[in-house]
Design a binder for this molecule. Sequence first.
Ligand SMILES: Cc1cc2nc3c(=O)[nH]c(=O)nc-3n(C[C@H](O)[C@H](O)[C@H](O)COP(=O)(O)O)c2cc1C
Length: 173
Amino acid sequence: MAKNLIIYYSRKGQNYVNGSILELKKGNTEIVAELIEKNAGGDLFQIEPVEDYPVDYMQTTEVAQDELRAKARPALKRYLDDISGYDNVFVCGPCWWGTFPMMMLTQLERLDFTGKTVYAVMTHEGSGLGGSEKTLRQSCKGAAVGKGIAIHGAEAAKSESSLKRWLASNGLM
Ligand SMILES: Cc1cc2nc3c(=O)[nH]c(=O)nc-3n(C[C@H](O)[C@H](O)[C@H](O)COP(=O)(O)O)c2cc1C
């Protein structure tokens, strides 16, 4: 049976949902990553930056924009170094300024994806998949990039049926 790895970053706390700032107990992407694990199986790996982002939503958007402009690679609390045992890698993250947060690239660029298929799983407030698949093509050395899925962040908890359809259409469940 194919082995799946689910790499995710998710920021709980203040977030922008349908035009208002709300306090999320669990981040949208974490909800989606766990639904993928429930339905397709696999190991979860959470990306955690050494430096926390501001509690304030607007301040976080500013820090994230600076990181994008600077092509920053923020340090992580722990790293995956060897993914040779996996066939499929789901890269799950929020859309930050049109693509994955820079810290996800810190992790992805360290890995050898030869022979693996990666899938972009992006939660967002309107941008859809944005540039996430292009980012994966550039950052995941040797990978084939499969068809990803965009989930509206506010609908994360209600996304199980869409996720199942998407997993099935890719032969992943
Ligand atoms: C720093 C930052 C930048 C964002 N940029 C975008 C964006 O460019 N497009 C978009 O649709 N949503 C954007 N959002 C909204 C998030 O992508 C969305 O709320 C997502 O579901 C959050 O996932 P999380 O709770 O797992 O962190 C941004 C949110 C933050 C905090």
